[in-house]
Design a protein around this ligand. Structure first.
Ligand SMILES: Cc1cc2nc3c(=O)[nH]c(=O)nc-3n(C[C@H](O)[C@H](O)[C@H](O)COP(=O)(O)OP(=O)(O)OC[C@H]3O[C@@H](n4cnc5c(N)ncnc54)[C@H](O)[C@@H]3O)c2cc1C
Length: 196
């Protein structure tokens, strides 16, 4: 299921989850792209929070393009790649509903381009993936944290604060269940090593 995951008014954030029986007729996957420093050039005045500001601005933009509800902008996958507004939308698992929108214009150009190229590549590798029956519904903007708390590569300890071990998603070292779990495990091992 695609679920609303906003944490404040005035923003659209979606995420994906499965019910334990995993018997829904819908499939979903988050499609994300890396954000490089060059994507954040216009946000440099926010210093360490440049990524956070970029994220907030996009979430607000997605909200402002709608009717003030949690309805999410959506586009058929094929229309996204060709840069066309979808003339109709079918069903989805997203309960608040969706409306047809040019995600290409809501997203920064470089991000649209990367996602569009990736979708076409996925389609070549997985038969049936790239189809007009698939929708892009946005915005899944809460993957890895847009800020990173600095830590020593070897000891995992904060570079200035002794005894503090930044780890997992919130500290900027993971973006999902497995990477967060492994990072947590490595941090725990580092704490044990130091205290032995
Ligand atoms: C709806 C949804 C669907 C997702 N689906 C997937 C998926 O399909 N696949 C995938 O890989 N990932 C998915 N994720 C992401 C995944 O859940 C996270 O990447 C992962 O849980 C991060 O783990 P973490 O331990 O770093 O942080 P968290 O799991 O967020 O743990 C942080 C903990 O710190 C606690 N905490 C916060 N502040 C304080 C404080 N001041 N004092 C004490 N405790 C505090 C919180 O209560 C929380 O328990 C999904 C996330 C959401 C929200």
């Amino acid at each position: 299921m695609i679920v609303p995951a906003a944490t404040s008014p005035g923003e659209i954030v979606v995420n994906g989850m499965s019910m334990s029986r995993r018997d829904s007729k819908f499939a979903n996957s988050g499609i994300v792209t890396a954000i490089d420093e060059e994507d954040l050039i216009d946000y440099q005045s926010h210093g360490a929070f440049a990524g956070l500001e970029f994220q907030k601005e996009l979430e607000r933009k997605f909200f402002d393009s709608g009717d003030g509800s949690q309805k999410a902008p959506a586009q058929r996958m094929t229309d996204f790649v060709t840069g066309k507004l979808s003339s109709s939308l079918g069903e989805s698992s997203y309960i608040p509903g969706m409306y047809s929108s040019m995600l290409n214009n809501l997203l920064p150009e470089k991000i649209s381009e990367r996602i569009g190229l990736a979708i076409v590549q996925f389609g070549k590798k997985m038969k049936g993936y790239f189809t007009e029956e698939g929708y892009l519904i946005g915005l899944e903007s809460r993957t890895s944290s847009p800020v990173r708390i600095p830590r020593d590569k070897e000891t995992f300890e904060h570079v200035q604060i002794r005894g503090l071990y930044p780890c997992g998603e919130g500290a900027g070292y993971a973006g999902g269940i497995i990477s967060a779990a492994l990072d947590g495990q490595n941090a725990a091992k580092a704490v044990i090593k130091k205290n032995k």
